[in-house]
Design a protein around this ligand. Structure first.
Ligand code: HEM
Length: 131
């Protein structure tokens, strides 16, 4: 595997033209010059973020996994360590989901409607059941 080229954010700042369009997504550097006319979202949006960090804009669109696969083709390197920022990605697992939701109150858990249903049944039977 070849060594990745390292860039500083400053180096990329001026690479914001149709002839040289480069941006950063999650600490990785992409040269999308050949992709400008092919981007389904249009070339304007790409030029708007060229020279900058496009992580948030890219994420906001909710690009498909196809798009994420496609972008590998345009990767030219990554940022130097000093210019990197940390990305906290929430990877949900069932364990985490259960942990987060088990702290909810009794009223918001599934048990509440079940217990309420049973009580109503007993009450209904008591009031109207034996006539
Ligand atoms: C190398 C980087 C990129 C690749 C390979 C890429 C690829 C794609 C692809 C394949 C689509 C079609 C929809 C999909 O499959 O998700 C798309 C749509 C779009 N992209 Fe990108 N994109 C890139 C970067 C960006 C950036 C940085 C922005 C924002 C600044 C952006 C904004 C959009 C928008 C607005 C759409 C249209 C969404 C819609 O019509 O629903 N893209 N892109």
């Amino acid at each position: 595997m070849s060594e990745l080229k390292r860039f500083t954010r400053k180096e990329i700042l001026n690479r914001n033209t149709k002839q040289d369009a480069v941006f950063i997504i999650e600490n990785e550097v992409y040269d999308v010059t050949p992709f400008l006319d092919d981007h389904p979202g249009g070339h304007e949006v790409l030029l708007n973020v060229a020279g900058k960090d496009a992580s948030e804009d890219f994420d906001d669109v909710g690009h498909s996994s196809d798009a994420k696969h496609m972008m590998k083709k345009y990767k030219i390197g990554e940022l130097v360590d000093e210019d990197k920022i940390e990305f906290k990605r929430r990877q949900y697992s069932w364990e985490e989901y259960n942990k987060e939701n088990s702290s909810g109150s009794f009223v918001s858990s599934w048990k509440f409607p079940v217990v309420l249903g049973l009580l109503m049944t007993v009450l209904y039977t008591y009031l109207f059941g034996y006539q």
